[in-house]
Design a protein around this ligand. Structure first.
Ligand SMILES: Nc1ncnc2c1ncn2[C@@H]1O[C@H](COP(=O)(O)OP(=O)(O)OP(=O)(O)O)[C@@H](O)[C@H]1O
Ligand SMILES: [Mg+2]
Length: 260
């Protein structure tokens, strides 16, 4: 259950150092039920590091993560998935040699029975479910039986997004989901994100595309050099205020920036 204030995920002082590199320092971040939050910042600002550390790809150097009010320590991505956090990673975590249904089911395969090497995958069920998941997201893949490696970058990205959006997640994190997509696929993904908003599913969207960010989210959190330097209401702020925070250089008027 979420806490009284509806906080789904909270990080306190989340910090990640790679040797001498301070990729993420003291991140205090909160996302509430139904809220869509963008994370923006220049290349190397620590956005993907933040994602990897809240989803269990990496272990933070220090700090804590609370999911639905509970202290959590995810040891692997499957731990966060089991809690209902679905993630589309910047460098796609898909299995190239497998087909679409297998990728959608990756880590939660359907079995007829499961007994070590004698396990028997229920391929038909996975295929049917995969079709249902793709239909819900409106994404068209010509041939589901083709391995992922024969697909375009855009199609692969669509499979990853369907996988994240199709499981009734409690929180969806997307790290630059449209960076490699064409106009049509980008529109499709933006429609999926709007659909998630209507369903009340909270989303953390990492994007360099401020136009997209203003169109889709309620709040914009800015990272600079591994630190959160601002949290702005998307309705009352403007591009200049966001760019000022991203670069650390004043662009002029600061609108209603509320700084952390
Ligand atoms: N595995 C790693 N080992 C060492 N340094 C790393 C590692 N991963 C990231 N870094 C460093 O941490 C910093 C933050 O990187 P990160 O990938 O989080 O940036 P980002 O905000 O996602 O950037 P982009 O917009 O380019 O994706 C960078 O200085 C990067 O070089
Ligand atoms: Mg990144």
């Amino acid at each position: 259950m979420a806490t009284d204030e509806g906080v789904v995920l909270e990080t306190r002082g989340l910090t990640k150092h790679y040797g001498g590199v301070e990729a993420l320092t003291g991140a205090d971040f909160t996302i509430r039920r139904g809220e869509h939050v963008a994370i923006v910042g220049d290349n190397g600002a620590g956005k993907s590091t933040f994602v990897r550390n809240i989803t269990g790809v990496e272990r933070p150097t220090s700090g804590s993560i609370l999911f639905e009010g509970q202290d959590v320590q995810f040891r692997a991505p499957i731990d966060s998935r089991n809690h209902g956090i679905e993630t589309v990673y910047q460098n796609l975590a898909l299995a190239d040699h497998l087909d679409v249904p297998s990728n959608i089911f990756l880590g939660r395969e359907a079995y007829y029975f499961r007994l070590g090497p004698l396990s028997w995958l229920n391929k038909r069920k996975m295929r049917r479910e995969a079709e249902r998941v793709l239909e819900r997201t409106g994404i068209k893949i010509p041939d589901l039986t083709q391995p992922l490696m024969s697909m375009s970058g855009g199609q692969r990205q669509c499979v990853a997004i369907s996988r994240a959006a199709g499981w009734g997640a409690k929180l969806i994190i997307m790290d630059e989901p449209t960076a490699a997509l064409g106009i049509q696929e980008t529109t499709r993904v933006e429609t999926i994100i709007k659909g998630l908003k209507e369903q009340g599913i909270p989303v953390i969207l990492i994007s360099h595309n401020l136009r997209q960010v203003f169109k889709l989210v309620d709040r914009i959190v800015v990272f600079r050099r591994g630190r959160i330097v601002g949290s702005l209401d998307a309705k009352t702020t403007d591009g200049n205020a966001v760019v000022s925070l991203i670069t650390g250089i004043d662009q002029g008027v600061h609108a209603d920036a509320s700084y952390i």
